[in-house]
Ligand binder design. Structure first.
Ligand SMILES: [Zn+2]
Ligand SMILES: [Zn+2]
Length: 315
């Protein structure tokens, strides 16, 4: 995802600000058919528990959160009470929550200190996600910094194996995300994700996450039906749609193959609405949680509007 604009979101103002006619209208509850998992990246400002209230206020059935400040390496541990309150409220809400890691983590780094810090930070994030009983945490594979793609990919494998060793028995999986391929970022080819899944020692601890904006910026033409089908066929061939644990539904501000990561509201970017209709109607993604990572204001009405478009394809 691009630079988030979520920090200011607070749970209570959702209701407090609904006095404005436009916003209260926009925040009318969503009607997502039973069993369909759709939502958005949701702020945890004020504590992880607050994200549940925000997701509920919008009517989400799925949500993605950061388990700590995503711009800092480390955070004080979650208290048992905080974790338990989240688990209880999450179960009661019925909303499918998962996590996204910090942007600082770079397992492809050839620098020993950066690599060690990345492993340690990722272990910390997994510990938090595990305590919250989140099924998986989305992570960007890493950036090779000029060392080359093969060296970078092998470094990531080494890092992932170290993380698994330090988190024995964890149920929270790591979902390697496709990237736009900006700069030296790895993971912009489905084959990169396939390579990582094939080479880690404990494959069952890993899955993938696909982001439509990243796919498109990386050169996968999901704008056309033919390109969409070809892309899903490649996913099936390289690691299988069953290993896709989550989907990020974002339109792209940049054209096909531009290798830049800029998200747009659904239907307002280069991809257009059709792709999102195909995805939500595609039985291969029926049980895969789908979240938006598009710009939003405090009351999150943009998320509700984007999801209303998706819900209309599910009637
Ligand atoms: Zn992105
Ligand atoms: Zn991401």
């Amino acid at each position: 995802m691009p630079k988030p604009r979520l920090a200011a979101v607070k749970a209570k103002p959702v209701k407090a600000k609904a006095s404005s006619a436009k916003k209260s209208q926009a925040l009318e509850p969503l009607h997502i058919p039973p069993g369909v998992l759709i939502g958005a990246h949701t702020s945890t400002a004020g504590g992880v528990l607050q994200s549940i209230a925000r997701a509920q206020a919008c009517g989400f059935t799925a949500a993605q959160i950061f388990v700590k400040n995503n711009k800092q390496w480390f955070a004080p541990p979650l208290s048992d009470t905080e974790a338990k309150d989240f688990r209880v409220a999450r179960k009661a809400s019925g909303i499918d929550f998962f996590a996204h890691n910090s942007y600082l983590v770079n397992l492809a780094s050839q620098d020993a200190e950066m690599f060690a810090t990345s492993v340690k930070a990722m272990v910390g994030e997994l510990e938090r996600a595990e305590a919250l009983e989140l099924p998986f945490i989305v992570m960007h594979p890493g950036s090779h910094g000029g060392a080359g793609e093969d060296a970078g990919l092998n470094r990531i494998v080494q890092g992932l194996d170290e993380i698994v060793k330090k988190t024995p028995g964890f149920r929270c999986k790591m979902a390697l995300e496709i990237t736009a391929g900006q700069g030296n970022a790895l993971g912009y080819r489905l084959e990169h994700l396939g390579y990582l899944l094939d080479h880690v020692a404990t494959g069952k601890r890993f899955g993938t996450c696909l982001d439509t904006a990243h796919l498109y910026a990386a050169g996968y033409n999901v704008r056309t039906r033919e390109g969409y089908e070809e892309t899903v066929a490649q996913v099936e061939k390289i690691f299988g749609t069953k290993r896709v644990l989550g989907l990020h539904l974002n339109d792209s501000k940049v054209p096909l193959g531009k290798r830049v990561d800029r998200h747009a509201h659904l239907g307002e970017g280069e991809i257009g609405l059709d792709c999102f209709k195909w995805i939500v109607q595609d039985p291969r993604w029926a049980s895969t949680p789908k979240v938006l990572e598009t710009p939003k204001s405090e009351d999150m009405h943009e998320d509700v509007e984007n999801i209303q478009k998706l819900a209309s394809y599910l009637q």
